[in-house]
Design a protein around this ligand. Structure first.
Ligand SMILES: C[S@@+](CC[C@H](N)C(=O)[O-])C[C@H]1O[C@@H](n2cnc3c(N)ncnc32)[C@H](O)[C@@H]1O
Length: 247
């Protein structure tokens, strides 16, 4: 795994910290879904306090929900502007740090959550996540995977957007760790946009405009032509939800 701080990733989120909550409708729906999965598995019953770690917490979508269940949550993010949103919240302790080198001792944490934060890091990150969770502890990981941006890829195949990995790469890498894969669920979230320019602008406001690899170089005139397209277009996020128990 590359441990060089990927400044471009968290800086994009730093710049998007003010607009993030306003434009991330799909992420909110997905965070609600992840939280319902946790509740349905009896995660907060009985309601004794556990030490949670939310990695890539952003503005705290998941950390806030968990803390509201009388749990203690470390909310970790590399972006100071994102972390500012969780400062002062009851039960939430902000931690600035890198997911790739978590500033926690081995087996320090009872429970972990991560929502929409691991896709830029790749599935090998699961080993570092498991390192800090106690034996018998549970990780809830929600990762956007291949199938995301499907409509954009179909209509504009050469537009270099982020390349999401297949869900299978995440599940097989997770299964190769010292964990029991307790449950795996996939769900697609979609939102209509007036046209491509509108969609790309929203991606930028949510900090998610990091581009992928162009198969063929894209000329500026081609890019301008795409931006003039006024046909409605849908944004999809295909999301993998994994519940892992450390052995
Ligand atoms: C798409 S946001 C998701 C935020 C939140 N979990 C949510 O569901 O709304 C991804 C977050 O991960 C953080 N992040 C990305 N790479 C990181 C890294 N290597 N270490 C720590 N935080 C990172 C970004 O700064 C950003 O706040």
């Amino acid at each position: 795994m590359n441990n060089t701080p990927d400044v471009a990733v968290w800086q994009a989120f730093d710049h998007a910290s003010e607009s993030y909550d306003r434009v991330t409708l799909l992420q909110r729906e997905s965070a609600d879904f992840l939280f319902k999965l946790m509740q349905a598995s009896g995660e907060f019953l009985p309601a004794h306090s556990q030490q949670w770690l939310d990695v890539g917490c952003g503005t705290g979508a998941i950390a806030k929900k968990i803390a509201a269940q009388q749990q203690q949550v470390f909310a970790l993010d590399q972006s100071p502007a994102m972390l500012a949103h969780v400062i002062g919240l009851d039960g939430v302790t902000p931690v600035q740090g890198d997911i790739r080198q978590l500033p926690f001792a081995d087996q320090a944490i009872d429970r972990m959550a991560s929502h929409f934060a691991l896709h830029c890091l790749g599935p090998l990150i699961v080993s570092e996540l498991c390192r800090v969770v106690k034996s018998g502890g549970v990780l809830w990981l929600a990762v956007p995977v291949q199938g995301s941006f499907a409509s954009v890829h179909t209509r504009y195949p050469d537009l270099p957007l982020f390349d999401f990995l297949p869900a299978e790469e995440w599940t097989s890498t997770a299964a190769a760790q010292s964990v029991e894969v307790v449950s795996v669920t996939e769900k697609c979230w979609s939102q209509p946009f007036n046209h491509l320019q509108d969609l790309l602008h929203t991606l930028k406001l949510m900090g998610g405009n990091r581009i992928g690899r162009a198969q063929t170089p894209v000329s500026m005139s081609q890019f301008r032509a795409w931006l003039r397209d006024v046909e409605p277009i849908t944004l999809e996020y295909q999301v993998l939800y994994m519940q892992l128990r450390v052995l």
